[in-house]
Design a protein around this ligand. Structure first.
Ligand code: HEM
Length: 284
């Protein structure tokens, strides 16, 4: 049973309900109490809180973006291009919000980061399973990325499933083939658990689509190409913002995850997402 009270405690129909039998309906839906008690700090440094929460916030954005890209991949499989476009466009705004969440960490000094770095132990974003699912959906597959998750059966099973499923880009290329464009069989039947390797024939397909952006037959595919390019650019920006924040916070030290640190991240950041969408531009 719930009552309605105004600010003076007198009943009124235009003020929020204050009285609930159990937890509030807001709590039942949002689980804010769970979410706001997941900040188990490991040091006394007051700067650790924003580091942990920024990381958690990014994990939530990864989760939303994976949801959008899985929605888009499924819709493409079913030739529902508008549904895929809607999901991809939502993901652009979400990627912008994800990237904006670097702000509180973008100017960390080595001294500030050192104040809680040791408390992280061997913990590293490299071990983020949801980030890995994003990379898998983009075509950056690698079975070795499952190894760190052997001790977490659910996470491992989800990642293994994602490893063997077509990526978002695989679904795009299959759609292009169904629409009569000459995507090679070797690309369509590739081993899905391997990293996507660029193909000159796929580059030629995109070149053709970009050369005739207003062609009635393929205008939707050209638009799809542009949204995917926007996705690729925003992912690249996330990687670069991460790289610069890391360079500011720890210079050339090795990472908590055991990599060479900045030089390793530099190599990761140069990988082109949806490679032929970039290289085709030279030939249009
Ligand atoms: C300024 C603070 C940060 C520093 C200094 C930093 C440093 C590093 C380093 C050195 C690596 C390479 C792996 C290793 O040896 O650890 C790495 C990887 C990674 N970090 Fe961070 N990181 C920071 C913040 C974050 C945040 C907030 C996230 C959000 C989840 C994050 C997510 C990742 C991911 C996903 C990778 C793996 C990238 C890939 O596989 O290409 N990092 N980080």
């Amino acid at each position: 049973m719930s009552k309605t009270l105004d600010a003076s405690g007198v009943g009124g129909s235009e003020t929020p309900n204050l009285d609930f039998d159990g937890t509030t309906p807001y709590e039942d839906y949002v689980q804010a109490d769970v979410l706001t008690h997941l900040q188990h700090l490991r040091s006394d440094d007051p700067g650790e809180m924003v580091f942990l929460v920024t990381t958690q916030v990014m994990e939530l954005w990864f989760t939303v973006i994976v949801h959008e890209w899985e929605t888009a991949a499924k819709a493409l499989r079913e030739d529902r291009i508008q549904v895929a476009m809607d999901a991809l466009k939502r993901s652009l705004r979400e990627l912008e919000a994800l990237n904006a969440s670097w702000r509180p960490l973008a100017q960390l000094t080595p001294g500030q980061f050192n104040a809680y770095r040791a408390a992280l132990g061997e913990g590293s974003g490299f071990q983020s399973a949801m980030y890995r699912r994003m990379e898998f959906l983009l075509g950056e597959k690698s079975a070795s990325m499952l190894v760190p998750h052997r001790g977490a059966p659910r996470v491992h099973a989800e990642l293994e499933k994602a490893l063997h499923e077509p990526s978002l880009y695989d679904e795009v290329l299959r759609l292009l083939a169904r629409r009569g464009l000459p995507v090679p069989e070797a690309v369509l039947n590739r081993d899905l658990s391997q990293r996507y390797e660029p193909s000159p024939e796929v580059e030629a397909v995109w070149t053709g689509l970009y050369a005739a952006p207003d062609d009635n037959e393929t205008v939707d595919l050209h638009r799809l190409g542009e949204v995917l390019t926007d996705v690729a650019e925003l992912v690249w920006r996330w990687r670069n913002d991460h790289l610069v924040a890391t360079r500011r916070a720890m210079g050339a030290k090795t990472g908590t995850g055991g990599s060479a640190g900045v030089t390793w991240l530099e190599k990761r950041a140069t990988k082109n997402v949806f490679p032929e969408l970039w290289t085709a531009r030279s030939y249009v």
